[in-house]
Design a protein around this ligand. Structure first.
Ligand code: FAD
Length: 376
């Protein structure tokens, strides 16, 4: 039977968009369904906008491989497509002697991941790069940068449209049924009208909802259980927002739940502290920032930003990570999988696409292309 479309992609965050852009250069009949009014309204616009270099992740994990590859691909895309970015570099700082061995660990891990441009700096060398940052030792990563995420997503969307992709915004996937060798996808439009169409391939890039999309088709895998994990940011008010020029991180938590409250700069010149790590009691889209967390941000950042006073901070924004790593568990890898073994060939799940999902997005798209090639 001929299906209505060849490839249905659920979700127009940066990952769904990168996949649409990539696949539409080789395949016809690509359709993207997004519940929001436009692309990138969820995690993809509520993050640090950092192009990570790939230092921390377990060697040979998808996170490590796709981050290193995606980072190089992103810089190339930015250059050829005039997407604003800045390779501002990142300092990972040790503020106390017991943190120095964590720097050694990161250095070794980075080398194993193919990141071989890190440099150790002493306090004098640190002050040459960031005169207002205090640390006893640091690792400098020159290949870390920041990117205009909205411009990147706009590029992926425009390229997809040029390649013939159809986008259905304000349209929510409400049901998926496997029939013979294709899928029937039921969607709901804003006026509550429901319609369905058929697709040979389904790519589940639904971010926070990816676990639920998998359940719709009948895949109920305990390891896909997703926890909403909020990350809040506080901004540094002018004029102190000019006192740091690049990214400054403390040594990360041992289980990499988060990278520690760090300093991010954006291309507009604002300086933010964050994100923290708050496992939410319920999976709800609560983007509020708790004002009384200001003191925790201040205490964390004061160690390496001695110029900071608590009055310099103001609540800024929050994002939510779709974590499959339970609180206090070791780091979990991205799940990017053709569910053929579960009896759902051509149903590609992308589960737990938290950081470094933005950085990895073009490499994730290539990886997904390699998974679906056998169906054409
Ligand atoms: C606080 C924070 C900081 C981060 N910092 C960085 C960073 O500095 N660098 C980095 O590389 N990564 C970072 N990340 C990770 C990065 O933001 C994500 O990995 C990336 O945005 C994931 O993109 P996505 O397309 O998978 O998900 P999303 O952007 O969440 O997109 C999923 C889309 O699916 C849609 N959808 C869901 N259900 C349905 C449905 N039923 N029907 C139709 N559409 C549906 C949603 O509306 C949404 O638009 C950060 C994340 C957070 C939360």
């Amino acid at each position: 039977m001929t299906t209505d479309v060849n490839i249905a992609i659920i979700g127009a965050g940066v990952v769904g968009l990168a996949i649409a852009s990539k696949l539409s250069s080789h395949y016809e009949g690509v359709f993207v369904i997004e519940r929001n009014i436009k692309f990138g309204q969820e995690s993809s616009s509520r993050n640090s906008e950092v192009i990570h270099s790939g230092l921390y992740y377990p060697t040979d994990s998808l996170k490590a491989k796709l981050c290193v590859k995606g980072r190089n691909m992103l810089y190339d895309i930015c250059d050829t497509e005039n997407i604003p970015y800045k390779k501002c570099g990142k300092l990972i700082t040790a503020s106390a002697p017991d943190e120095i061995e964590r720097l050694d660990f990161i250095y070794t891990k980075a080398l194993a991941n193919g990141v071989n441009d890190l440099k150790f700096l002493n306090s004098e060398e640190i002050s040459l790069i960031e005169p207002n940052v205090k640390a006893i030792r640091a690792l400098f990563s020159p290949s870390t940068g920041i990117i205009d995420t909205h411009a990147l997503m706009k590029y992926f969307e425009s390229n997809s449209i040029n390649n013939g992709v159809d986008f259905a915004y304000k349209t929510q996937v409400t049901g998926i049924v496997k029939k013979d060798n294709f899928y029937i996808i039921e969607v709901k439009e804003p006026n509550q009208t429901k319609f369905s169409f058929t697709s040979k391939i389904v790519i589940n890039a639904a971010g926070q909802e990816a676990e639920n999309m998998a359940k719709l088709v009948g895949i109920n895998n305990e390891s896909y259980r997703t926890y909403f994990c909020k990350g809040e940011y506080f901004s540094v008010k002018p004029p102190k927002n000019k006192l740091v020029s690049g990214l400054v991180y403390p040594v990360p938590f041992k289980n990499f739940t988060g990278l520690g409250v760090h300093v991010t700069v954006d291309l507009g010149g604002s300086l933010k502290l964050g994100p923290n790590v708050i496992y939410m009691d319920k999976n709800v889209y609560d983007y509020s920032v708790e004002g009384n967390h200001k003191i925790d941000f201040f205490n964390s950042a004061k160690r390496f930003l001695p110029f900071l006073n608590i009055e310099d901070l103001q609540a800024e924004m929050a994002g939510i990570r779709p974590k499959i790593q339970k609180e206090n568990e070791p780091i979990k890898d991205f799940v990017i999988k053709d569910e053929v073994k579960e009896g759902f060939p051509g149903f590609i799940n992308l589960i737990g696409i938290e950081s470094p999902g933005l950085t990895s997005s073009p490499a994730i798209a290539e990886y997904v292309e390699s998974l679906i090639a056998k169906y054409f």
